[in-house]
Design a protein around this ligand. Structure first.
Ligand code: GLA
Length: 382
């Protein structure tokens, strides 16, 4: 028999351990009625990272975290109801540090390229860190939107999550304190709605996008060349050898960039056309056909073996169609090797290098204005 003294000490100890375990479990995995589940997902620079899982009534699931606002998974049914994760990604938060292909991330302050890491605004020259030959790509090097920890909270009364971040005056060379809010909302029409909002206290360029790599067959399941794609664009912005727009808006008609009718990605990707050679495949900004600033369909992708369809609609003027030309099999995810062209991106955006092209739609946000953009990714199967 245990001495009395000992049993007195042991019982409260067990209770304490029990309470701690229950509390820990609640903190590590919490679900509310809106279809949002939260899960502790590691730490970065001493800040805790949370994984938010959004689930709708059809079982569609989106996973996103406050490190880089990264979308880690999108699970959608095929024509027989079979689920697959259709974005390239990783299981563990640490595998996203670093994330050279920008898998799933929010990119900014300036998505895509700024030539020679330089622009002139209000008569002042601004220089930015160069990370892509002579260019600044996706906002710079250190504190870019894909690799900072955002504040996060589930959305009230919606299946969604809100990420906020204050990019300080001078961060990565950009002027102004820029307050950014990005929300991901999932609805029962199988739409993932991404809303971007920002305000500034000094004139500054801004261009925000999401850098998800899709493979509608399922991540890791081969290349994307067999997908059929339609891009609602009669023109694109041809690039020079540094992938910087020349300023021309070239008709796609008669070129391998004509996706105005659904076309297999692989059909012309190896054509002997200067723009494809320069970019090693598709890596081009398309000028979305639109009247006014509303939401229009930018692109539709269809994967014939599974029947999965992705439709991308947006308020933005452009969409970068990138065919994962720089993936080279050195990055793995979920136990799969991600080889060249294992994913494609449809990065809705303003045109690359707009601050240096006065003829392109302006990317300058001024104090008192609010930057607003919306992109909707809609999933279905046929
Ligand atoms: C963008 C660019 C590509 C490439 C990827 C990241 O899509 O346009 O050239 O840099 O990001 O690998």
């Amino acid at each position: 028999m245990m001495p009395r003294r000992a049993s007195h000490q042991v019982a409260p100890l067990f209770t304490l351990v029990g309470v701690v375990l229950v509390l820990h479990a609640q903190l590590a995995f919490a679900k509310d009625e809106s279809g949002v589940t939260t899960q502790a997902f590691g730490t970065h620079n001493g800040r805790s990272i949370t994984l938010y899982t959004l689930k709708n009534s059809h079982g569609l699931e989106i996973e996103a975290m406050n490190y880089g606002g990264i979308i880690a998974a999108i699970r959608v049914p095929d024509r027989n109801g079979k689920m697959a994760d259709v974005v390239l990604g990783h299981e563990r938060m640490d595998d996203y540090v670093p994330n050279p292909p920008y898998f799933g991330a929010i990119v900014g302050r300036y998505a895509n390229r700024i030539a020679n890491g330089m622009f002139i605004l209000d008569g002042r020259i601004y220089t930015l860190p160069k990370n892509d030959g002579p260019n600044t790509l996706h906002g710079g090097i250190q504190r870019t939107f894909d690799k900072v920890v955002w504040d996060a909270a589930p959305l009230n009364g919606k299946t969604g999550v809100e990420f906020t971040y204050l990019s300080k005056d001078g961060e990565e060379g950009f002027p102004g304190n820029l307050k950014v809010k990005v929300t991901y909302t999932l609805n029962d029409s199988n739409e993932l709605i991404i809303n971007y909002e920002a305000t500034t206290d000094k004139d500054t360029p801004i261009n925000l996008s999401n850098h998800s790599y899709f493979n509608l067959k399922g991540e890791g399941d081969g290349d994307i060349l067999n997908h059929e794609i339609m891009i609602n664009a009669d023109r694109f912005t041809p690039v020079n050898q540094n992938l910087i727009p020349t300023g021309e808006l070239r008709p796609v008609k008669g070129t391998p960039l004509d996706f105005t009718k659904p076309t297999r990605i692989g059909d012309h990707i190896e054509d002997n056309y200067d723009q494809l050679k320069l970019a090693h495949g598709y890596d081009h900004n398309f000028v979305i056909n639109r009247h006014g600033n509303g939401i229009v369909l930018a692109a539709r992708a269809y994967e014939p073996t599974t029947g999965r369809v992705l439709e991308v609609s947006t308020t933005q003027p452009g969409v970068q169609f990138y065919t994962g030309n720089f993936l080279d099999g050195t990055i793995t995810g979920h136990g799969h090797v991600y080889k060249r062209r294992y994913g494609f991106c449809l990065e809705t955006q303003h045109f690359p290098d707009s601050p240096n092209h006065p003829s392109f739609p302006s990317t300058i946000l001024r104090p008192g204005e609010t930057f607003h953009q919306t992109t909707i990714f809609r999933f279905s199967a046929k």
